[in-house]
Design a protein around this ligand. Structure first.
Ligand SMILES: [Zn+2]
Ligand SMILES: [Zn+2]
Length: 265
């Protein structure tokens, strides 16, 4: 059977675990999260009720993302179960023995709706919100796959995802040096300017920098001194191969640490 992109990422993390023993529980957490998402994804088959292509492209040209929360084929009962499983994982990773609050399904859906509106990709301190975001991902990816063939996003050039509206948390440089942003939650990919901050649209070179990183200098850490945000990137021209866009943001944890130590988020 063909491996899915998540199964491939789980294997990459397994390799990383062998090399970085001290980080074994960190990689295990992500493997478990991906495994839960994989199970959920396998059970989503509903076709999205999309409007016609010309309406979609009108939205695109006026700078509006395509998806609304109502597009997502969420079964409240299954969703509550998924959030509970993810909360259990997160709490175990933190070593907390806190009782997981019992959440009513309708309250949870309401909270998921709020999370959907919250498009910032920065790490959240709120565990329930984090669990909901992780639980929403397979639904958003499913939706993005259906939206993708209808859109020509070459001219989008915005910081937010043209599909679901969220920010990017990872990027890569293609063969010609084009910078592609990857959505932090639906994994849609779109082109962005070579320079400039996708979080605040700052284009002043005096407040924008990037640091090369990694053994082969195949990675970059873009920072913006205007909004104090950072963006990780892999330069595929140097890396030599297409990177795994699920595993790579997890494997590049040292770039997150370096950025945060310098005061970026
Ligand atoms: Zn998205
Ligand atoms: Zn900025």
């Amino acid at each position: 059977m063909q491996q899915t992109f998540r199964q491939k990422a789980i294997l990459q993390l397994e390799e990383a675990k062998k090399k970085e023993l001290a980080l074994s529980s960190y990689y295990q957490l992500y493997q478990d999260l991906l495994q839960i998402q994989e199970e959920v994804a396998g059970n989503i088959s509903t076709s999205l009720d999309l409007v016609d292509e010309s309406v979609m492209n009108d939205r695109l040209h006026s700078g509006k993302p395509q998806l609304s929360f109502e597009h997502l084929p969420i079964d409240p009962h299954l969703f509550a179960n998924q959030v509970h499983r993810i909360m259990t994982l997160l709490l175990a990773y933190q070593g907390d023995e806190v009782e997981i609050p019992v959440l009513k399904e309708d309250e949870l859906i309401e909270k998921a709706h709020q999370c959907f509106q919250e498009t910032q990709s920065m790490e959240k301190g709120d565990l329930l919100q984090l669990a909901i975001e992780q639980a929403l991902m397979p639904y958003l990816e499913h939706a993005a796959r259906q939206v993708m063939p209808h859109l020509d996003t070459k001219k989008w050039l915005r910081g937010n995802c043209p599909c679901c509206g969220a920010e990017s948390n990872f990027s890569y440089l293609e063969a010609e040096g084009t910078r592609i942003l990857v959505c932090s939650r639906c994994r849609y990919q779109w082109r962005y300017r070579r320079t400039g901050c996708p979080y605040c649209n700052n284009i002043d070179p005096k407040t924008l920098r990037f640091y090369p990183a990694g053994e082969k200098k195949s990675h970059r850490l873009y920072v913006c001194d205007h909004c104090k945000r950072y963006l990780k990137a892999v330069d595929q021209r140097v890396a030599g191969t297409a990177v795994d866009l699920i595993a790579e943001p997890i494997l590049t944890w040292s770039l997150d640490r370096a950025a945060r130590e310098k005061g970026y988020q």
